[in-house]
Structures are given as structure tokens and as C-alpha cells.
Design a binder for this molecule. Structure first.
Ligand code: HEM
Length: 414
């Protein structure tokens, strides 16, 4: 059996918390290897980086996500009973429920609602001295995705739900108060989502097409049984929360535009540039650093035997910045995607591989559409200034975000 390097630190939990984005790639560089073993939370783990590692990790049916994440992260993001915690036929069946919501028409409709919310809110921004883009985006996305899903929100509820969903995302990578805040608020959001599911089950159906809320509430599992209301509620939040999370990418997109104003004209010109810029934002900026899994079916990779129950972490941020895949990976260069043929294992901010048989994020198209819509609004829909502020991104904070959350002033509709 091949020898794989071992990081001799007694336990690397602190290193993961403090340097999550570079934790795996720095050590892989140091050991001249795509994989190494260490201990995190006192538990042995194998860490791997790069395209081959993504192929290994996303090979169908090798891994389960059950037991792979610390409870604090699991409860902030997916939660028990969610699609990500399922395997095999049960996973495939539930995943279909999500995939069925992602038709081009349906995604376009969400984009339209987002733009509508943006235009309405811009009236208010014009009267404000300054606007903190990140927080505004979270609320606009929350309002848009609730309307798209078929949920009516009062003004107060929109503010409250945004606060709760945003706290879950912000707390996902933390230990301590930031994480606890997300979890405390989650209890209230789950109660609200469960009531929505129960009410929908007793209400007449929308015509001619079911809303996403109805699709989830009325979904039947592979044996023909309705989902327990609390599981359906978790899946409803699995649509709402990550859509609100797209605000982070939009904030990064605004920052990229500020740092590279030469792209403004190009982005006005056409969809091809907006697509390239969006892909580069998702590649370049830090979101989830890594993804973990537990070996379900033993296999061999690079001469190493992975046994049932082994804990493995795949380096997402490092793979998106791997110099074997990306020339000058730490430069922001949307044109790198000009002749890109697509590769499901090199650009992996939202997972890799297959959608139906694997855990790759079903929300990728929504994410891309919403970032593109935001770029259109930023370059063609309004004028604004970016005052002096702290735009640094602290990579020891998980998930990362520009310190000031991107403040703009003198907003004017174009
Ligand atoms: C901010 C943008 C987003 C990021 C960075 C992101 C990232 C991810 C990642 C890393 C995974 C896990 C992949 C794995 O376990 O291997 C995932 C799964 C998932 N995402 Fe996203 N996501 C985003 C947006 C969305 C959106 C907009 C939706 C839905 C509208 C969504 C719904 C889901 C669901 C349901 C899963 C579980 C899939 C499965 O287990 O098969 N995500 N996402």
C-alpha cells in the first residue's frame, strides 16, 4: 500500500478553523502530495486536493455525508433528514424533487422577481446616505425566493426571515456565539416552515402549475409516503437559505467590479461576458472551503486503500485555485473562461460530478442566474459610488466576506 504523508500536528482542528481555505492546499504543497492524513476533532481524516481528488470524491456511491460534518455546521446548513443526508435510491428520488424545480423558465422567473425587488428597493436607496450592499442583497433575495416559492411575506416577516436565514449561513463555519445565534434563530424559522407545509397540505392547489412550496409539501418518497412535516420544512429551508446565501457571491461580484472597472463596458455588452465574470467570481472568491464525506464502499486511489468508515475531506477552495488547472489562479481573470469547455471536476464551488446520482448542488443554475442579474443591475441599472472602507477579506473567518459588507453611496437609477 502506498505511503501517504502524515501531518504530525497532534490535532488540526484549530488550523481548519483559522485557515480553512488554505488548510489542505498548503499542506499538500508542503508534502508534494495530493493527499495526506491528519487528525481533526481528535478523529483521523484524509485530506485531498485537485481535479483527480474531486473525481475520486464524487465517484457515485463511494461516500455518504452522514456523520461527515460537525453537528454545529450540519444544523446550520442541511440538517437531519435533508437530501444531503440520504444515499442511493432515497437520495436520487428526493434529489429529483429539487431538480424538477430548476427548469430554465422557472429560473428565469426567479431572476425576474429578483430584478423587480431590486428596482423597487432602488427608490429607497436613492434617498439613503449609504447602502450596505450585502445586507440589502440578502433581503432582496429572501423576498424574491419566497415569492418564487409561493410564500407570502408581510413586511415585518421579510425582515425577520432574512435575519434568520442569513444568521444560519454566517454561523455555519463558526464555533461559539456566531454559530449559536444561527441555531437559536433556526428553531423559529423551522417552526414557521413547518406551519407553511402543514397549511399547504390542506389548501387547494395552484393552477395550472404547482408552486415549489406545493411540490415540497406534497412530495412523496420512493415508497409513496408523504414526507414528515419537519423533513419537508427542512427541504423548504434548503431552497430559501442557500438562495439568500447567493448574496455573498453578489457582494464579491460588486467588489470584483470595483477592483476591475475595465470589465464594466464588456458586461453591458452581452451575456457571454456576464457568464464568464460570474464563473470567475465563483472560482476566485472564498465560500465553502471544503466538503467532507465518510467512505461507504471501500476503494483504492493513488495506491491508498480507503476503508469503510474513513473520514475524507476534499479541498474545494484549493481546487478552484490549483495552478495545474488555472493559470495565475490568484488573479481575477474572467477571460480564462472564454474557450472553456466546462469541467465538472475543476470548478467546484458548489460540489462536483453528477447532479442526479451525487450531491452536487442543484442550485448552481439559480446561483449563476442571480449573479448575472445582479451584474446587469450594477452596470446598467444604476450609478453609485464606492466610498473609502475596509474591503479586506479575512480568510480566517468562515464563511469569508468583505469586512465592510460593501457600502455604496449616491445611488441613482440609470
Ligand atoms: C451561494 C451559493 C451556493 C453555494 C456556495 C452552494 C454550495 C453547495 C455545496 C458545497 C453543496 C454540497 C455538495 C456535496 O455535499 O457534495 C451543496 C448542496 C446543496 N445545495 Fe447548494 N450552494 C449554493 C446555492 C444553492 C441554491 C441556490 C440552492 C437551491 C435553491 C441550493 C440547494 C442545495 C441542496 C438541496 C443541496 C444538497 C444536494 C444533495 O445532497 O444532493 N444551493 N450546495
Amino acid at each position: 500500500m502506498a505511503h501517504i504523508p502524515r501531518d504530525e500536528t497532534f490535532d488540526c482542528s484549530l488550523a481548519v478553523l483559522n485557515n480553512g481555505y488554505r488548510f489542505i492546499s498548503e499542506r499538500c504543497e508542503r508534502y508534494g502530495s495530493d493527499l495526506f492524513q491528519t487528525r481533526v476533532m481528535m478523529r483521523p481524516v484524509i485530506c485531498a486536493t485537485g481535479e483527480d481528488a474531486a473525481r475520486m470524491f464524487y465517484h457515485p456511491h463511494r461516500f455518504t455525508r452522514k456523520g461527515s460534518m460537525p453537528p454545529s455546521t450540519l444544523m446550520s446548513l442541511q440538517d437531519r433528514g435533508s437530501v444531503q443526508q440520504l444515499d442511493g435510491q432515497s437520495h436520487r428520488h428526493r434529489k429529483q424533487m429539487f431538480m424538477a424545480l430548476m427548469s430554465p423558465d422557472s429560473i428565469k422567473q426567479l431572476g425576474n422577481l429578483f430584478e423587480e425587488e431590486w428596482c423597487r428597493r432602488m427608490q429607497q436607496w436613492q434617498r439613503q446616505e449609504s447602502v450596505t450592499l450585502h445586507y440589502e442583497m440578502e433581503e432582496l433575495l429572501c423576498r424574491a425566493v419566497c415569492r418564487w416559492t409561493g410564500i407570502k411575506l408581510s413586511e415585518d416577516a421579510a425582515v425577520q426571515r432574512t435575519r434568520e436565514l442569513a444568521a444560519m449561513i454566517d454561523g455555519a463555519g463558526a464555533i461559539g456565539p456566531r454559530n449559536w445565534k444561527g441555531l437559536v434563530l433556526r428553531v423559529r424559522t423551522e417552526r414557521w416552515a413547518r406551519k407553511l407545509i402543514e397549511d399547504t397540505r390542506h389548501a387547494p392547489l395552484s393552477r395550472p402549475r404547482r408552486s415549489p412550496l406545493e411540490s415540497i409539501a406534497l412530495h412523496r418518497d420512493e415508497n409513496g409516503n408523504a414526507l414528515p412535516a419537519e423533513v419537508a420544512a427542512v427541504e423548504l429551508l434548503n431552497i430559501l437559505r442557500p438562495t439568500v446565501a447567493v448574496a455573498r457571491f453578489i457582494t464579491f461580484a460588486a467588489l470584483a467590479l470595483h477592483n476591475h472597472p475595465q470589465y464594466r463596458e464588456k458586461l453591458r455588452d452581452g451575456d457571454a461576458w456576464r457568464k464568464m465574470f460570474t464563473l470567475e467570481v465563483r472560482r476566485f472568491y472564498p465560500f465553502f472551503p471544503l466538503i467532507a464525506g465518510i467512505v461507504k464502499n471501500p476503494f483504492e486511489w493513488k495506491g491508498h486503500q480507503f476503508g469503510k468508515g474513513d473520514w475524507v475531506m476534499l479541498d474545494m477552495y484549493g481546487t478552484n485555485h490549483d495552478s495545474r488547472l488555472w493559470e495565475q489562479p490568484y488573479e481575477f481573470r474572467p477571460e480564462r473562461f472564454q474557450n472553456w469547455e466546462g469541467n465538472a471536476f475543476s470548478l467546484i464551488p458548489q460540489g462536483a460530478g453528477e447532479f442526479d446520482n451525487g450531491h452536487r448542488c442543484p442550485g448552481e443554475w439559480i446561483t449563476i442566474e442571480l449573479i448575472k442579474r445582479a451584474l446587469t443591475m450594477l452596470v446598467s441599472g444604476m450609478e453609485y459610488e464606492v466610498p473609502a472602507q475596509n474591503l479586506s477579506i479575512d480568510l480566517s473567518r468562515l464563511p469569508a466576506i468583505p469586512a465592510s459588507r460593501f457600502v455604496i453611496t449616491k445611488v441613482r437609477e440609470r
